[in-house]
Design a protein around this ligand. Structure first.
Ligand code: ARG
Ligand code: GLU
Length: 713
């Protein structure tokens, strides 16, 4: 019965896509499924994608500032990434008089490109599997001894390798520590801002359209890598020259057709595709709902104020967007896990593994027990973590408590103190104590109501009443120094921070008596005593078993080709340009157009305003070579590539390795792909290269950038 169901399920999945991409896949570029890629339409070879002997596509793909991905699109080191990846740099160059976020920025020539101290791009020079070296002599070891030996082996390996002064080596575990891979990395440090459309293009649709298809965001920005005279990495200097890449991506403006082959090359952050059913069930029914509930309250309270007060809206815009991003993703994830029957699918898969290999049963029995034992602690961990993140009074108190602990244990040095003050200053810059007081009061009530009594401090029942909290917490907030509403050492912490820190002993003494700080510390101490130790020690046991379970899946399910979960290392995923039918009677096309931007246009709206010049171009139909067969400019498209956070800014390439799109999001109905990829609903969203070039050429009059590129017509 179980076996038959699986057959039916897999027949259905492969049928629905016509290919064997049932589980998605983020492949290590040295271990590609060349045959399947070619079967799907790829015209180049795996060696063209990754090669250490001669230039290959990987030489044009970089990790941008440690998080996003970017790609080189000209022989002069021109770099393309998302607007939301360059947001911080665009913001840093903005002032009220010269607001690059609102107006956009376009350098007229190389001399006017803007430096960004601290921003880096990483090239992957080489990838090697080093499992034997790293696991040598670890057979009989466990826990801390095992971790120590591995760390030691990694150091020995790194020291045994010859690298240039501008290179480094990172060793990363794959398959939960069953394998290890070493990466040789080259880091460039002079990265200048070249161009960015205004937010009304680069962030069009903002939070309302985030994670949503059909999408009309021109989410791109451009940078340039500079190098020293020898083309090697160097700190910023005006004498540096544009970097000459080993390879750069030709940019295609050919029309797209459904089922075209594409692949996405980049640095996906984190997935968990190999969890047992029980873990997925806990995420779906307990953990995600808890996180969503906390953010629901925070976002609603912020929104009420932001809608009526412009100053607050500007202050909280970026915070709101970041809280809303994962809030919305988790809602989609829960829906998608339900809809794709993820738990049932995993239960059936486990049944089939056990029928082939009886050892799997013991592993799964233990994992089931551990996840059930951990559940109450994990739930408290989820609420605690989210409340501390979203109740800013508690986030502040938590920062001070860590700082005080480090001062009192003698670990705080001058550098650490400077960094802490800097962190506080940037926190207080976008902070409203009055608004925070309301959010915190409500989250306090939520925590008191949702937390099992054994994890709550004594006498906490009194915080169950939200209306009462709003009054009583406002009293505390008003009497607090950490909210900035009272002075210490003659200054407010959100005013003259140097003065407030002038006498540290007095500052610490005052904070320890602070009512907000004291309330938070009772919550934290109780959490640290009652939930955290059990949560952490059970998690350590789960991790050990997950490694075993991973190895057993790989040795038992011989027909399946496994890829390691994403871990911010360079990966290739591939698929086809495709629309989808996510709900009854709802069917999505794979492509959006400029007409759709105009359809969504709401004059003056902070999410859906459109620049006048774009409207003019639309009215004149001044599209040049950037329209497609429909006569309109294509804006976004979807495909079945398996992507996640970190793939933002990743190039989407065609069968020949030409750039056809810029990855920036996923379709809501498929965001459970981090846990359970489903070819029926999981789609990545990309900006069409035609829209990017159209904006650069027609909107920004920056033809000089197009002239640098190799355009494939
Ligand atoms: N959802 C996309 C990604 O995870 C874009 C996020 C930025 N945009 C936003 N509206 N918050 O990260
Ligand atoms: N927007 C995400 C990022 O910043 C990519 C979208 C996703 O999670 O798929 O990396």
């Amino acid at each position: 019965m179980i076996k038959r169901n699986i057959l039916i399920a897999s027949a259905f999945f492969s049928f629905s896509l016509g290919i064997a991409q049932q589980y998605g896949g983020m492949w290590i570029p040295t271990e590609l499924n060349e045959k399947e890629m070619k079967d799907l339409g790829m015209k180049i070879s795996a060696k063209d994608i990754f090669n250490t002997q001669k230039p290959s596509i990987k030489d044009a793909v970089v990790q941008f500032n440690g998080g996003c991905t970017a790609e080189i699109i000209s022989p002069k080191g021109l770099l393309l990434t998302n607007h939301h990846c360059g947001y911080g740099q665009i913001q840093a160059h903005s002032t009220v008089q010269n607001d690059l976020l609102s107006n956009g920025f376009w350098a007229k020539n190389m001399e006017t490109e803007l430096p960004n101290p601290g921003v880096t791009v990483d090239f992957i020079v080489d990838i090697k599997e080093v499992t034997n070296q790293i696991l040598e002599g670890t057979d009989k070891l466990q826990d801390q001894d095992l971790a120590k030996k591995i760390a030691n082996n990694i150091e020995i390996y790194k020291n045994s390798q010859k690298t240039e002064s501008y290179q480094s080596i990172t060793v990363k575990p794959m398959y939960y520590g069953n394998k290890y891979y070493a990466y040789v990395i080259e880091t460039y440090k002079d990265v200048r801002l070249v161009g960015a459309p205004p937010q009304s293009i680069g962030k069009f649709g903002s939070d309302t359209d985030n994670w949503v298809w059909p999408r009309h965001t021109g989410d791109f920005s451009m940078f340039r890598i500079y190098a020293d005279k020898n083309n090697k990495p160097a700190e910023y200097s005006k004498d540096n020259v544009p970097y000459v890449p080993k390879h750069y991506l030709p940019v295609s403006i050919k029309d797209k057709t459904e089922n075209d082959f594409t692949f996405v090359f980049g640095f996906p952050g984190k997935t968990t595709e190999y969890l047992p059913a029980i873990a997925v069930e806990k995420i779906m029914t307990e953990i995600d709902p808890a996180r969503i509930a906390v953010r629901d309250v925070a976002l609603k309270t912020l929104d009420e104020k932001m809608r009526t007060d412009d100053a607050t809206r500007i202050k909280y815009a970026s915070k709101y967007a970041s809280v809303a991003n994962y809030w919305k993703k988790w809602i989609g994830e829960v829906e998608g896990l339900k809809k794709s029957n993820a738990v049932q699918k995993k239960v059936m898969y486990e049944g089939s593994l056990v029928s082939k290999n009886h050892e799997v049963k013991a592993t799964l029995d233990q994992l089931n027990k551990l996840y059930n034992d951990q559940a109450p602690f994990a739930l408290n961990n989820a609420y605690y973590t989210e409340v501390v993140r979203n109740a800013e009074s508690f986030a502040l108190a938590n920062m001070y408590s860590t700082h005080i602990a480090s001062v009192e244990s003698g670990k705080m040095d001058e550098k650490g103190l400077v960094a802490f003050k800097k962190k506080l200053t940037s926190f207080y810059k976008d902070y409203s104590a009055e608004l925070d007081s309301k959010v915190t009061a409500k989250l306090l009530a939520l925590y008191a109501n949702k937390t099992a009594p054994q994890f709550l401090p004594e006498g906490f029942d009194k915080y169950k009443n939200e209306a009462q909290n709003i009054i009583s917490f406002e009293e505390m907030s008003k009497n607090s120094v950490i909210t900035g509403r009272n002075q210490v050492n003659g200054a407010a912490l959100n005013g003259d921070i140097e003065k407030a820190f002038s006498n540290q002993d007095k500052l610490i003494k005052t904070i320890k008596k602070d009512p907000v700080y004291q309330l938070f510390m009772t919550i934290k101490d109780t959490y640290m005593k009652t939930a955290d130790p059990q949560y952490t020690s059970l998690q350590a046991k789960i991790d050990v078993l997950q490694k075993t379970y991973m190895a057993q899946q790989m040795s038992t399910d011989k027909d399946r080709k496994f890829f390691p979960d994403a871990n911010s290392t360079l990966r290739v995923t591939y698929g086809k340009v495709k629309g989808s039918t996510p709900r009854d009677a709802v069917s999505y096309d794979y492509q959006t157009h400029l007409a759709g931007v105009i359809e969504k246009y709401v004059p003056g709206d902070y999410e859906f305003d459109v620049p006048q010049k774009l409207i003019d171009l639309y009215n004149k139909k001044d599209y040049g070579m950037y329209k497609d067969k429909s006569g309109d400019v294509p804006v976004g498209f979807t495909a079945t590539n398996h992507t996640t956070g970190g793939n933002s800014g990743s190039p989407a390439l065609d069968a020949h390795g030409n750039l056809v799109g810029l990855n920036f999001d996923r379709q809501w109905e498929g965001t459970m792909s981090d846990i359970n990829y489903d070819p029926r609903f999981s789609r990545n969203i990309m900006v069409d290269t035609k829209y990017i070039l159209f904006i650069i050429d027609k909107f920004a009059d920056s033809k000089w950038l197009i002239d640098e590129m190799k355009i494939v017509k």
